[in-house]
Write a new protein. Structure first.
Length: 128
């Protein structure tokens, strides 16, 4: 694999990983008020393919932090004490993760575009 192909593959895998990460964050934000919902997380993993360190998201895991106990005796899921389990999604963390994923995606896109432009310029030079 040439250096141009390697850099394109690495930046492309980074964009795919950030896209999946942003999907998980959006699911967490959408379900932040769902009783009993546990936030989803996924670690980044390096996939060595042809000596290129491509990035991918690992297996999706549920956040194991304690669920928030909410007092609302009128809620249909409330127990005898008037409490029910809310979600464990922290919106501030999710918004920060979404911004980080967006910026990382844009950085990978910029790298992809730079490699594409360099490859295009090299082809133009070789044609002369």
């Amino acid at each position: 694999m040439t250096d141009f192909q390697t850099s394109l593959a690495i930046s492309s895998s980074g964009m795919q990983a950030q896209s999946h990460r942003l999907r998980l964050v959006s699911e967490n934000i959408a379900n932040a008020d769902t009783p009993g919902y546990r936030g989803k997380t996924a670690p980044f993993e390096t996939a060595l393919r042809d000596a290129a360190g491509e990035v991918r998201l690992g297996d999706v895991r549920l956040d194991q932090t304690d669920l928030e106990r909410i007092y609302d005796p009128a809620h249909p899921l409330a127990d005898d004490s008037g409490h029910y389990d809310g979600s464990n999604v922290d919106l501030m963390i999710q918004i920060a993760d979404a911004r980080e994923a967006q910026r990382s995606y844009e950085a990978n896109l910029k790298m992809f575009d730079q490699a594409r432009q360099m490859s295009s310029s090299l082809m133009e030079l070789l044609r002369r």
